[in-house]
Design a protein around this ligand. Structure first.
Ligand code: FPP
Ligand code: MG
Ligand code: MG
Length: 329
């Protein structure tokens, strides 16, 4: 475990450095907005890079090509940050990761263009990998991210209360980037075989869904300080996430609140009280745990670790999966 941890820490530093370099531009307004996430020490959890670096170590029968892997991690983080810049504009967010959101500091127009700029830089990096399979996978993520956001934005009241619709949207918004970047790691390594590539994709998908389900629960249970953004954000934005979708099955009053998107005065508090009194939070946690189990099963379908370091990476991935479930922020 020790070896892998140190290895990943060093690599994460390299990925951060690459990202800093990749957002340098001679157009100051663009650079400042894009750099904003880094400058305020808000590097985020770098969950995605960590997963990718560990997965590469886990899959390697020989040392992976680090330069290409770091580039893939950088691309993944750039796409993620670009989507958050756009998301904060759509959500009219005031804070992100504990500081003022970029749109609140630079305005919507610059924040959107900064997101576009990061996508442009990610595209150039992606092309430079010269692997059409990886280019296809990572480009498909962009479509999924947009699809997830539009599914959420345009859901009619029926769809907004349907668990299948929620899971489809959640795959698009959160899990597709993890799934497709995980498969890309397998493809960038030395001939993984179709089973390993599929297992990597399944791992990323299941981990992404578990992560988002926990996020939905934390929106109810964690404080704004812990989250770095306002608590009860989903309810206040009119969104029914997994805890609500389960709770409406036993509460007609909650269904009525959800159908009007918790928009009337007192709706958010009333909904919170109903959710807290029922089993919606417990069932959402259980669904997150089921997806974490699927993630562990997917890891078990990878070929046996070929060296000590691959074994250590396997253990670290198991630990990371457990932490996704137990995290408080
Ligand atoms: C956060 O969700 C948002 C996303 C994970 C995806 C947002 C995607 C878009 C805005 C489509 C455009 C995509 C690109 C690549 C530019 P949230 O609002 O539920 O969570 P939050 O609490 O973190 O804001
Ligand atoms: Mg948002
Ligand atoms: Mg949003």
């Amino acid at each position: 475990m020790q070896l892998s941890r140190r290895h990943v820490r060093e690599e994460l530093g390299v990925v951060s450095e690459r990202m800093r370099r990749s957002i340098v531009t001679d157009i100051p307004a663009l650079g400042s907005a894009a750099d904003y996430f880094f400058r305020l020490g808000a590097d985020g959890k770098r969950l995605r890079s960590t997963v990718l670096l560990l997965l590469a170590t886990r899959l390697a029968p020989a040392p992976p090509d680090l330069a290409r892997l770091e580039r893939l991690a950088e691309i993944t983080e750039l796409i993620h940050i670009a989507s958050l810049l756009h998301d904060d504009v759509i959500d009219e967010a005031g804070t992100r990761r504990g500081v003022s959101a970029a749109n609140a500091v630079f305005g919507n127009k610059v924040a959107i263009l900064a997101g576009d700029f990061l996508l442009a830089r990610a595209s150039v990096s992606l092309a430079s990998l010269r692997d059409t399979r990886v280019i296809e996978l990572m480009s498909a993520c962009l479509e999924s991210l947009v699809a997830g956001e539009i599914l959420q934005l345009t859901a009619d009241p029926e769809q907004a209360l349907c668990l299948d619709h929620y899971l489809r949207k959640t795959y698009c918004k959160t899990a597709s980037l993890m799934a497709n970047s995980a498969r890309s790691v397998a493809l960038l390594g030395p001939e993984p075989g179709p089973d390993a590539a599929q297992a990597a994709w399944d791992y990323g998908r299941a981990l992404g869904l578990a992560f988002q389900l926990v996020d939905d629960v934390l929106d109810f249970t964690a404080s704004a300080d812990e989250l770095g953004k306002p608590a009860l954000n989903d309810l206040r934005s009119g969104l029914a996430t997994a805890p609500v979708l389960y709770a409406v099955q036993a509460s007609e009053p909650l269904r009525a609140l959800a159908r009007r998107r918790f928009a009337a005065p007192g709706d958010v508090d009333a909904a919170l009280a109903i959710v807290a009194a029922g089993d919606g939070l417990a069932r959402a946690r259980r669904l997150a745990a089921d997806h974490a189990d699927l993630a562990v099963q997917a890891l078990g379908r990878l070929p046996p670790p070929a060296c000590e370091e691959a074994g250590a990476a396997h253990a670290a991935l198991l630990e990371l999966t457990a932490r996704v479930l137990s995290r408080r922020s």
